[in-house]
Every structure is written in structure tokens, then in C-alpha cells.
Ligand binder design. Structure first.
Ligand SMILES: CC(C)(COP(=O)(O)OP(=O)(O)OC[C@H]1O[C@@H](n2cnc3c(N)ncnc32)[C@H](O)[C@@H]1OP(=O)(O)O)[C@@H](O)C(=O)NCCC(=O)NCCS
Length: 167
């Protein structure tokens, strides 16, 4: 059974392997560990833990986030992060929650289950309704949000916005 865990070193090489796969061209957080050596990888995992803490220095406009990995043993299936609060930009486009599933594991219900598992984490952070957004043409993500009880809010540019009750 897959489970949602805080980033851990035993899984990190699999996360790096997913980022390193040149055929997949991951971007954003998914690309972060690309090409890292083991020391850099360990530091990156630690930085994900540190990102949950309010006092951690971060670039202007960034907010604390809880990063979680969807794993089965030491196999890495996907990731989700929960931003602890919204900035004007996040309220408009980014939302509280971001996620991705490793391509080889897609279309097996992992994203749907992973978001469901992340909602109590958002609730524990005091987020009663999580804003989740996706591109208008991202049918899969749209289904994931709908399956998790998302209430459609509106479209802003190329983004669709939903409020997902966390309780
Ligand atoms: C979006 C994403 C997370 C979905 O992951 P997943 O594990 O394949 O999703 P699930 O298996 O839970 O599928 C959810 C639904 O989407 C459908 N779906 C999945 N991939 C699809 C596709 N390529 N086209 C159409 N529908 C698709 C599934 O059939 C399922 O529908 P159902 O609930 O009616 O049965 C994954 O495609 C991904 O990582 N994409 C790149 C990153 C991204 O877009 N993240 C979301 C940003 S908002």
C-alpha cells in the first residue's frame, strides 16, 4: 500500500532518478534533484524539511510548505506539497497544493489517493478549504480535484480554480 511520508534519504535516490530521466523533462520541484551527488541530495532533503518551518530563510513571496512523498517501500511514486498560506499570487494562480506522479505510475489512481491523503495535512495546518488550481487543458488533474470533492470556483486566464474541503 502506498503511503504519504516526509522526504527521507532512503527514497531520495529514486526521486533523483525520476528527475534525471532525460526522456521525461520534469520541471519545477520535480527537476530539483537532477544531477545532484549524494551530499547535495541529502542537503536537498534537509531543505525540504526546513521549508516547513516559518523561520527558514526563503525568497521574497515564498511561504512555508510541507513536502510529502508518495512511496511504496523505497519506491517513489509521486509527491505533493501543501503551502501553509496564500499570497496574492498563490490565491490567483498557484493555490495551496501542488502534486505530480512519476510518469511510469500514472493512471493508477495515485494522484487521487495522494491528494486525499494530503487533505488532512492541510486541515492540520488550519486550512479548511484548500485552493487547488490546474491548467485548463490538464484533464487528469481536473479529475483528481473533482474526485476529492473540489468545488469549482472560476477560471483565471489559463488556470481553473477549485476549493477542496479538507475536513
Ligand atoms: C495530473 C497527474 C498528477 C495525475 O496523476 P495520476 O496518478 O495519473 O492520476 P489518477 O490516476 O489519480 O487519475 C485521475 C483521473 O484522471 C484521469 N486521467 C489520468 N491521466 C489522464 C490523461 N492523460 N488524460 C485524461 N485523463 C486522465 C484518470 O482516468 C482518472 O479519471 P477517473 O477519476 O475518472 O477515473 C499526473 O498526470 C502528473 O503528474 N502530471 C504532471 C504534473 C501535473 O500536471 N500536476 C498537477 C498540476 S495542477
Amino acid at each position: 500500500m502506498p503511503e504519504l511520508v516526509v522526504p527521507r534519504l532512503s527514497v531520495a535516490p529514486a526521486v533523483r532518478a525520476a528527475a534525471d530521466d532525460p526522456s521525461l523533462l520534469p520541471d519545477g520541484i520535480d527537476a530539483a534533484p537532477r544531477g545532484m551527488d549524494d551530499a547535495q541530495l541529502a542537503a536537498w532533503v534537509e531543505s525540504l524539511h526546513a521549508d516547513t518551518r516559518e523561520g527558514t530563510p526563503r525568497p521574497e513571496g515564498f511561504v512555508p510548505s510541507t513536502h510529502l512523498w508518495w512511496v511504496e517501500g523505497d519506491d517513489y511514486l509521486g509527491r505533493v506539497h501543501v503551502r501553509h498560506r496564500l499570497t496574492p499570487w498563490l490565491r490567483e494562480l498557484g493555490g495551496h497544493v501542488g502534486y505530480s506522479v512519476v510518469p511510469a505510475h500514472r493512471r493508477r489512481g495515485h494522484a487521487t489517493a495522494m491528494l486525499a491523503a494530503a487533505l488532512p495535512v492541510a486541515a492540520a495546518l488550519g486550512i479548511e478549504c484548500a485552493l487547488v488550481t490546474c491548467d485548463v487543458d490538464n484533464t487528469a488533474s481536473r479529475r483528481v480535484i473533482e474526485r476529492n470533492g473540489g468545488l469549482f470556483a472560476d477560471q483565471r486566464g489559463e488556470k481553473l480554480r477549485w476549493w477542496v474541503p479538507t475536513g
